[in-house]
Design a protein around this ligand. Structure first.
Ligand SMILES: Cc1cc2nc3c(=O)[nH]c(=O)nc-3n(C[C@H](O)[C@H](O)[C@H](O)COP(=O)(O)OP(=O)(O)OC[C@H]3O[C@@H](n4cnc5c(N)ncnc54)[C@H](O)[C@@H]3O)c2cc1C
Length: 499
């Protein structure tokens, strides 16, 4: 049955005999299938461009490729990604606080594509000699996807290797992370409200963010605002009982933004009572406990956002990598060791004009993707690729409470104007108007009402429902047995009466 389903999704066609315009994905379903090395594109076979990762970089690359190739039948474009949606990460904080409906910070991939084929699967490895990518589909079937040009945009994950015990902390990278953190915070408020001891109450009301970059400062700002707004539903908790800490190992917060704006952010957050310490490395994390060099802090919520590492899958690809595991490419974003492989975004080290790699930011990933798509199109049409050169347009950091800091084209903005510019910019990163309208509606509603504190803890709910079902099955099993005994007894009585 599974084979049948997979075969419908991917016709099993020998690679060399593929009809023009359709990527044959060979289903190997666990066993290593023998696919010959991909033939070069020819008059009978389209050039196959395979894009891995449906995030900022992958989606921008595919959309640019679609635009460049139009409906040309001699080129086919396939996008493989783990999820069937992509996330506008700078909106995740608002999804966490409930100002934005969680699904609205993401865009389904299929409606965003015009002609490219989408495959929902998790990439596991690449065989660069045979030019095939291996991936596992949602039903555990294994695919082999051949390519002529491979674009790797698999992004990065939270670095859990820096601090011992990091796995005990929450992370903030995906939609699931945002949902988990939201549920966790609301749960801690509920527990604090019901706590019997002062220590338990204090622990529940202590939030620690580890890492003072953009991805650390923004959730801290949003959480201070969120907690302040929802406290009216918890009359037994006083505002000053809530403790927010941020620990940064480096000498200042927000290294992505200029020092003056970082100082303003520091003042704003400290003004809300947050304890922010720089040059303060966290030594170890335990469940609900964190150790600095000179003290330990009990905290019900610990969020780890202290740096990223490239996707483990991309770091294991058989191509040249740098010390941090990023794929080493030239200025045209082509792998130095394998010219049919290209990489961009957080999983690549793309040298800028000064030789330093470009930062791991969405604005860079989007521009890199467009240039990279043009370079791949050039190679397909036997032209020379061009280097990627980009000067940042600026950086923006939201601080919650309709406050932000921003540097846009060398102009510094703070407070509400910065916040408005930031929101508007990321709103337009959504590729489709239906999503943009939903976001605008959410924001408008959030202006007039306090954040929702509904907690949807799917895992816990599933366990609770399963237990409930099991116990009602046991109860009804007992009832059925009782009924059966009763019926049997009744029948025996009737038999005896007849006798
Ligand atoms: C919370 C947060 C806030 C941020 N805020 C900002 C900001 O304000 N401004 C800014 O410029 N940048 C910001 N960033 C950084 C920005 O999100 C990244 O730089 C950008 O997403 C990098 O794009 P990418 O395409 O390289 O990777 P991603 O966008 O992470 O995309 C990677 C894609 O690959 C998929 N994938 C991963 N592994 C596999 C696999 N094995 N198989 C199949 N698919 C896989 C993932 O599901 C994902 O779709 C933020 C990041 C976070 C986490």
């Amino acid at each position: 049955m599974r084979e049948q389903l997979m075969a419908t999704a991917f016709p099993i066609v020998p690679v060399a005999k593929a009809p023009m315009g359709r990527t044959p994905a060979k289903l190997i379903d666990g066993a290593a299938g023998a696919i010959p090395r991909a033939d070069p594109p020819s008059a009978t076979r389209a050039a196959r461009i395979l894009v891995l990762g449906g995030g900022f970089g992958g989606i921008a690359a595919v959309r640019r490729l679609e635009h460049l190739f139009g409906s040309r039948p001699d080129v086919e474009i396939t996008l493989v990604s783990r999820d069937n949606f992509f996330v506008i990460t700078p909106l995740l904080f608002e999804a966490c606080s409930g100002r934005l409906e969680l699904r609205h910070c993401a865009q389904p991939i299929r409606p965003a594509l015009r002609r490219a084929r989408f495959v929902e699967a998790t990439v596991t490895s690449v065989d660069a000699d045979r030019r095939v990518v291996r991936a596992v589909g949602p039903n555990d079937g294994t695919y082999e996807l051949p390519y002529d040009q491979l674009i790797v945009a698999l992004g990065a994950t939270t670095n859990e290797a820096l601090i011992p015990g990091s796995e005990a902390a929450l992370t903030f990278k995906t939609m699931t992370d945002a949902l988990v953190l939201r549920n966790h915070l609301i749960e801690r408020l509920e527990r604090a409200d019901a706590a019997i001891t002062a220590a338990a109450r204090r622990r529940c009301l202590t939030v620690v963010v580890v890492g003072g970059g953009l991805v650390g400062v923004e959730p801290l700002g949003e959480l201070t605002a969120f907690a302040g707004d929802v406290l009216r539903y918890y009359p037994r908790i006083r505002r000053e009982e809530l403790r927010f800490h941020l620990f940064e190992a480096g000498p200042r917060i927000l290294p992505e933004i200029d020092a003056k704006l970082a100082d303003i952010s520091l003042r704003v957050l400290r003004g809300r009572g947050a304890d922010i310490r720089v040059s303060t490395p966290v030594r170890a994390i335990e469940p609900e406990r964190l150790h600095l060099s000179y003290e330990s802090i009990d905290a019900g919520t610990i969020v780890l956002v202290a740096g990223i590492v490239p996707s483990a899958v991309a770091a294991a690809f058989p191509v040249e990598h740098d010390r941090r595991g990023r794929i080493v490419v030239n200025q045209a974003m082509r792998s130095l060791s394998h010219p049919t492989i290209w990489a961009l975004g957080d999983c690549a080290a793309i040298p800028g004009p000064d030789g330093e790699p470009y930062p791991a930011l969405a604005q860079h990933a989007i521009r890199e993707a467009r240039r990279l798509a043009e370079n791949v199109a050039a190679v397909v049409d036997e032209r020379a690729p061009a280097p990627f050169v980009f000067r940042s347009l600026g950086t923006m950091a939201s601080l919650g409470h309709a406050q932000a800091v921003a540097r846009v084209f060398a102009v510094r903005l703070t407070g509400f104007p910065a916040w408005w510019v930031r929101r508007t910019y990321y709103l337009f990163q959504m590729p489709r108007w239906d999503r943009r309208l939903r976001i605008m509606l959410d924001w408008t509603v959030a202006l007039f009402f306090r954040p929702d504190i509904t907690k949807v803890d799917i895992a816990t709910e599933q366990v609770q429902m399963r237990d409930e079902r099991a116990s009602s099955t046991r109860r009804s099993g007992g009832y059925i047995a009782e009924q059966a005994n009763f019926a049997k007894g009744d029948a025996d009585t009737r038999t005896k009466a007849r006798a």
